[in-house]
Write a protein that binds this ligand. Sequence first.
Ligand SMILES: [Zn+2]
Length: 162
Amino acid sequence: MRGSGSVYKGCGCRDAASGHQLGRHCPKLCQRGHGSWYFAAPRGYGRPLRRGGHATRDQARAALQNLRRTRPLTVRDWLDQWLAARGKLRANTRRNYRYLFDQHLIPALGHVLIRELDLPSVQATFDAMSRVGCGTGPLRPPPSRGRAPHCAPRSTRPSGRD
Ligand SMILES: [Zn+2]
């Protein structure tokens, strides 16, 4: 799950053999009154946040929206929202961004709250990207058909001061 989160019907029943919660896969969920509506909200790290107990899908959706409004944004949230908000992007361009986010930015900075993001952290990430040959210039297509370079070489970076 990525981006803005999802809602689903689930329950607390457990599998008799394994003891694992059945969650949204419980066969009784089609029965009236069984289970409740949950939302799952992505975090900047680890598993998504899940909360149940909502009587209807709309209530779960409203709770998710409320959480989004009040929860501090992480770099991962921000990057996901930024990309989702770019309506018209060529497929290659969108794939480039996704690759850059997933391979470099999110592993390094995804868990950081936007309000706590500082210049040294960003600089350290870009330095690390440079060391593996990934510049901050225009992006090349991600590896496909066996071609490795996905980032522009240093020579294509804008020269001079920033
Ligand atoms: Zn159940």
